[in-house]
Design a protein around this ligand. Structure first.
Ligand SMILES: Nc1nc2c(c(=O)[nH]1)N[C@H]1C(S)=C(S)[C@@H](COP(=O)(O)O)O[C@H]1N2
Ligand SMILES: [Mo]
Length: 186
């Protein structure tokens, strides 16, 4: 392992730990949707079939939990966040995005962080459908941030003018969350 791939204060794990609040939410393919709202010209409500019809991309990236573990080379498949954003047509003032998951978990990022080529709305990992406990049917992957930004069970993407604090960001964790600068706490 190239030690330069480990951000400061992180240690390597080979397994993929499961970390979240509350129970794994149930998934009903008949009623599931992904909504895109807020400061957009074209609000969206995508069914699972519509989401799967968007161009599928694959990206390998590393995953850094703020509690200290890092898992390297996760092979994600899904759609670029950018693909969904382009469809929704963010308004000029839409500089931030709030991501809402099942059961009230939320996080937020500046839009420019989400437009990177390794930021995915992912539904597969390491050649298999995502496991329920890892976010099935859809999770966000933001490799250049601590993984509390990587919301599992995503249901709503809301474009905003101001960045709204997420679940952990309201509880003392960093809003910018850059693991390379060790931005763990606000
Ligand atoms: N919906 C939801 N997403 C979440 C969380 C959560 O509690 N709820 N925890 C976050 C945290 S802190 C981490 S480290 C990763 C863990 O992802 P994993 O369980 O797939 O390893 O999920 C993130 N996404
Ligand atoms: Mo985490």
């Amino acid at each position: 392992m190239d030690p330069s791939r480990l951000p400061p204060g992180q240690y390597l794990v080979k397994n993929f730990p499961v970390l979240h609040l509350g129970p794994v939410p149930p998934f009903d393919p008949g009623t599931w949707d992904l909504r895109v709202e807020g400061e957009v010209g074209n609000p969206l409500r995508l069914s699972r079939a519509e989401l799967l019809a968007l161009p599928r991309v694959a990206r390998k990236s590393d995953f850094h939990c703020v509690t200290g573990w890092t898992r390297l080379d996760n092979a994600w498949e899904g759609v670029f966040f950018r693909t969904v954003a382009d469809l929704a047509r963010p308004r000029p003032g839409a500089s931030s995005v709030t991501i809402e998951a099942e059961a009230g978990y939320l996080t937020s990022l500046p839009l420019e962080d989400l437009l990177r080529e390794d930021v995915l709305l992912a539904y597969r990992l390491d050649g298999k459908d995502l496991a329920p406990e890892h976010g099935w049917p859809l999770r966000l992957v933001v490799p250049h941030k601590y993984s509390y930004k990587a919301a599992k069970w995503v249901r709503l993407i809301r474009f905003t003018q101001e960045q709204e604090p997420g679940y952990w960001e309201q509880r003392g964790y960093s809003s910018s969350a850059d693991p390379w600068k060790e931005e763990r706490y606000a």
